[in-house]
Ligand binder design. Structure first.
Ligand code: AKG
Length: 283
């Protein structure tokens, strides 16, 4: 029975690249159900003007283009996306990567990049969004104390704005960002980013120091992803937006009946893609 990678395999890959891609962690039927949930949510967002909008305790951010930039703490707005954002498999990955069994879930965020919506995520490290290096964050394990997961609901292809990583960039530690929490382009000098080309159900996981970003969707199919973020207890001291955000998850109390993985591999694709400078805010 295919299963999650061992702790050693996962940690070796994370330490080498700063991110890991896990293939087919979610079953096609599960991903199809998520697509339906996102369609339901998108119908509620249609026609909203640019800016932030409360959605049953979630925060929908509409970009100047009219596209949905992100839905922050989407767990409050949809029960299916809520369940998936704290799925046992994702929390188990946090346990393998970070150690421990209990985590504070800071992020449950939908990025429904649609063709032509001009939504992009400039180069950044998630550490800046966690407020690493400020009073709002205590690096309890000395390695960032945080894991982010990104589940592909649609295929992430070269033309629809896949998330791109700079392998090994986590080794540079926390870098200075602009006031908009983006990296200056000089920080990318000599970098060789790789796109995370994902099939529906694949998951990318990454630590808080790896440099990543993505360009707009220039394809003709949506690129919807669900992002979750897990912190070691004691790391975060900030209230995150969204009703119920920051909840404590205990791996031993999550639904043990969650389906097993279809298959798992830990492979980083290698190709070079350079997202442009961008304006959208990252999680
Ligand atoms: O959805 C994307 O392309 C950006 C994701 C991202 O930057 C993040 O999860 O930190």
């Amino acid at each position: 029975m295919p299963t999650l990678p061992t702790r050693a395999a996962l940690q070796t890959a994370l330490q080498r690249d700063g991110f890991v891609i896990l293939r087919r962690l979610f079953l096609p039927s599960e991903v199809a159900a998520l697509g339906v949930a996102v369609d339901r949510l998108s119908a509620r967002l249609r026609g909203l003007p640019p800016g932030e909008h409360d959605l049953d305790g979630a925060v929908a951010v509409i970009a100047p283009s009219g596209g949905v930039a992100r839905v922050v703490w989407v767990a409050a707005a949809d029960a299916d996306l809520d369940r998936c954002s704290r799925d046992r498999r994702l929390v188990a990955l946090a346990a393998l990567a970070l150690g421990g069994r209990r985590f504070d879930q800071l992020i449950a965020q939908l990025h429904p990049k649609e063709p032509g919506d001009a939504v992009e995520f400039d180069w950044h490290q998630d550490a800046v969004h966690r407020r690493h290096g400020t009073e709002a964050w205590t690096d309890v394990d000395g390695h960032g104390s945080y894991l982010q997961t990104l589940l592909a609901i649609d295929a992430c292809t070269l033309d629809n704005g896949p998330l791109c990583f700079v392998p090994g960039s986590h080794g540079r530690g926390a870098l200075p960002h602009s006031a908009a929490r983006t990296l200056p382009i000089e920080a990318l000098r000599g970098a060789r980013p790789v796109p995370a080309l994902l099939a529906p159900g694949d998951v990318a996981i990454f630590g808080p120091f790896v440099i990543h970003g993505s360009t707009p969707n220039q394809g003709d199919a949506p690129r919807r992803v669900l992002v979750s973020g897990f912190a070691l207890p004691g790391a975060n001291h900030r209230a995150y937006p969204g009703r119920g955000s920051g909840r404590r998850l205990d791996l031993d109390r999550l639904d043990p009946a969650a389906p097993a993985c279809a298959a798992v591999a830990t492979v980083a694709p290698v190709a070079t893609v350079a997202p442009s400078a961008a304006t959208a805010k990252a999680p």
